[in-house]
Design a protein around this ligand. Structure first.
Ligand SMILES: *Cc1c(COP(=O)(O)O)cnc(C)c1O
Length: 397
């Protein structure tokens, strides 16, 4: 008989009871170093007192009121994001996919309002991941995610990641804009070259189309800047954020320049839960931590330290790891053996990681980790690699 909880995941047989910082403890009392952070989401780690107090205090006052009324916490959070970023205005929702839906709707509506409703198509990239709604599986374009779900939602074209000539060739009279992850996460921790992002910005300006960025995974401080595109020195027209934005409380956001944001007039777009008092309290608590001067620089420094440690692992274990990827605390180890085997072996050693495309093992710890946790992670990855090699030998006999 089917499980009461729908079996659409291959879940590891571990149930966590509580966490402290970068550590999680399961029901049997086993301890795990969490370098997965609930897929780059538990940005302040577990049991962060400032975050848990903010949530508890707000929950006791009022959890939800709807967007029929003002929500001061959401107004404050939007103002802080605007002050800290390229954006003029912010829409809050509840997930990454929902943020990307809002982003694409805002792009289309911007052109429609400018008298060009025929500009509805968005150019996306091979290896992308934009979420699981019907439109976002089309934007993702991965055959595995589309299979069985009927006609593919129209309006998305795909070109090779990093190929500016292919983007240029794909632009036509129906193109509304481009949507790209500055660092592809699920696709295998693949950063776009800064020159490519700058070339995209210039091309979008030249063609009168919009540059949209999916910063759901690489944004909110993960690369050591509030948003990953800042490394390239460009300003997008609109971006999506989610994952780490409220430290694990469900929240998404669309951040936009005025000319895009003003397309979403009352009645044109909405959400029941988005930017609730409770979500905003969690989001503001995260901002309280990550916007402290020096915090994001610290993420960049720790990220480099982790990257160096991972490079050393590749040298010492060429039979397991071949390459380090990524930036800040969004790192990938390309594996020589199946990444899911390495992930499982790591779990046996007490290290949580996340698999990604191109046989990459993702290391995406809470942003509050320091070099000490990175040292432990490297030591656990050494034991993991040794375990994988031993397993290969056993298999070979
Ligand atoms: C996780 C992710 C999404 C989807 O977010 P959900 O909250 O699962 O809907 C979209 N884009 C990127 C880049 C992501 O990493």
């Amino acid at each position: 008989m089917i499980a009461a909880l729908m079996p659409n995941y291959n879940r590891a047989n571990i149930a966590f009871a509580y966490g402290e910082g970068a550590w999680l403890f399961d029901e049997r009392g086993r301890k795990f170093l969490d370098f997965g952070a609930g897929i780059a989401t538990s940005s302040l780690g577990h049991g962060h007192v400032h975050l848990t107090n903010a949530i508890a205090e707000q929950a006791a006052k009022v959890i939800h009121v709807s967007n029929l009324y003002r929500v001061p916490g959401a107004e404050l959070m939007a103002k802080r994001l605007v002050e800290a970023s390229f954006a003029d205005s912010v829409f809050f929702c509840n997930s990454g996919a929902e943020a990307n839906e809002g982003l694409v709707k805002a792009m289309r509506k911007t052109h429609a309002d400018a008298g060009q409703p025929e500009r509805y198509r968005v150019i996306c990239f091979e290896g992308a991941f934009h979420g699981r709604t019907l439109a976002m599986i089309a934007a993702t374009g991965n055959a595995k995610y589309l299979a069985g779900f009927g006609p593919v939602v129209d309006g998305f074209d795909h070109v090779a990641f990093g190929d500016i000539d292919a983007v240029r060739a794909a632009i036509g009279p129906h193109t509304a804009g481009v949507l790209i992850e500055p660092v592809q996460g699920e696709g295998g921790v693949r950063p776009a070259a800064p020159e490519f992002l700058r070339a995209l910005r210039a091309l979008c300006d030249e063609q009168g189309i919009l540059l949209g960025l999916d910063e759901v995974q690489c944004g909110m401080g993960r690369t050591g800047k509030l948003f990953a595109h800042e490394w390239a020195g460009i300003e997008p027209d609109v971006i999506s954020a989610a994952k780490g934005i409220a430290g694990g409380f469900p929240m998404g956001a669309v951040l936009a320049k005025e000319r895009v944001a003003k397309a979403l007039v009352p009645g044109s777009h909405g959400t029941t839960f988005g930017g609730s008092p409770l979500a905003s309290a969690a989001g503001n608590a995260v901002l309280d931590v990550i916007l402290v001067p020096g915090f994001l620089e610290g993420v960049a420094v720790t990220g480099r330290y982790l990257g160096d440690g991972l490079a050393g692992l590749c040298e010492r274990f060429p039979g397991v790891f071949s390459e380090v990827r990524g930036m800040g605390l969004l790192r990938g180890l390309k594996c020589v053996v199946p990444n899911t085997d390495v992930q499982a072996a790591g779990m046996e050693e007490g290290l949580l990681t996340v698999a990604a495309g191109e046989n990459v093992l993702r290391l995406i710890p809470p942003l509050i980790v320091g070099t000490a946790e990175c040292d432990v992670a490297i030591a656990l990855l050494e034991r993991t690699a040794a375990r994988c090699l031993a397993g290969t030998e056993v298999g070979a006999k």
